[in-house]
Design a binder for this molecule. Sequence first.
Ligand code: NAD
Length: 359
Amino acid sequence: MTQTKKIAVIAGDGIGPEVVAEAEKIMKRTEEVFGYSFTTEHGLFGGIAIDQKGTPLPEETLSMCKSADAVLLGAVGGPKWDNNPKELRPETGLLGIRKELGLFSNLRPAVVFDCLKDASTLKPEVLKGTDLMVVRELTGGIYFGEKFRRESASGEEAVDTCTYSTEEVERIVRQAFEIAQKRRKKLASVDKANVLETSRLWRETVNRIAPEYPDVELEHVLVDNCAMQLLRRPSSFDVIVTENMFGDILSDEAAMLTGSIGMLASASLGAGAYGLYEPVHGSAPDIAGQGLANPIATILSVALMYRLTFGYEEGAVAIERAVAEVLDAGHRTSDIAADKSKALSTAQMGDLIAAAIRK
Ligand code: NAD
């Protein structure tokens, strides 16, 4: 009998609850089809948690996540909280939850569905066959370094520090090599080793451990060049591994290859199988509450959860195939629809994908 898995669900703000509801629908359907068994527990996080509990990451939400096997997250944030002090901002909760759960890597697959290649701003022939994964370091680098202001002879100065230890680089690079081994066996390590000391340590570390993965073809790419090559030859990339800030920027660039941010899933992992799964997009306050959100990014995040945390490959493939089938049949939410008058609602898209899931 399948062991029951505990999922912590944090819907968050804006379109978060709408897209998470569709992802839960998909999980239910896979329980019926594949005999999986899940229990879900819901917690407050982000802006809604600030309003109700006075903090973006309440202690009870954190302990709920820690005691679960995996976390499914919608999105957080919105204009209501934009001018709050740092400790009362939804984004502070995001950085906090990653740190508290020890999630040091963020995986973002960018797959161009053939039937959607016209939705991208790039030419279809450039995009053809693009299927890449950005592995971004998530808990180090300049986002977490010391920050301060000081007076200098020429006026006020601001300082952000970027720090990486060998251990931090090694654990993420190993994970990227292992992911590459399960894919097309190509790894691009992205840095700025011609300028930054942290990048030189990064590159040395990559070169030191590369011989342990002789089946993976390694290339080093400077970040500025990578930004260019992602637009010029996206299909030549397999796995891209990079530090926190470079990964933040490159993964958004890779996102646009697919045509809509509403299509992109992500996984945040630590040392073991435990993971937090969420769409790449934010809370989209401009369309919240109208049934316009594309739920596919969150639904594909469930597929990643099945694959990476539970080893439910059959379920993962079934979800991905159902998404492809529904898109191939011409069904679209308004963000990817050529004719917006025929676009489906969030729930209609979720229903169609759920119905298309089979063994
Ligand atoms: P966003 O991703 O929320 O929205 C950008 C644009 O994409 C908007 O026009 C939106 O309508 C559209 N969009 C996003 N997701 C969509 C979907 N599923 N279907 C259809 N269209 C979709 O980014 P933003 O506007 O820069 O940020 C809005 C809020 O979200 C901010 O408060 C920001 O801090 C927060 N944010 C949160 C996360 C997160 O929770 N991980 C990530 C990014 C931004």
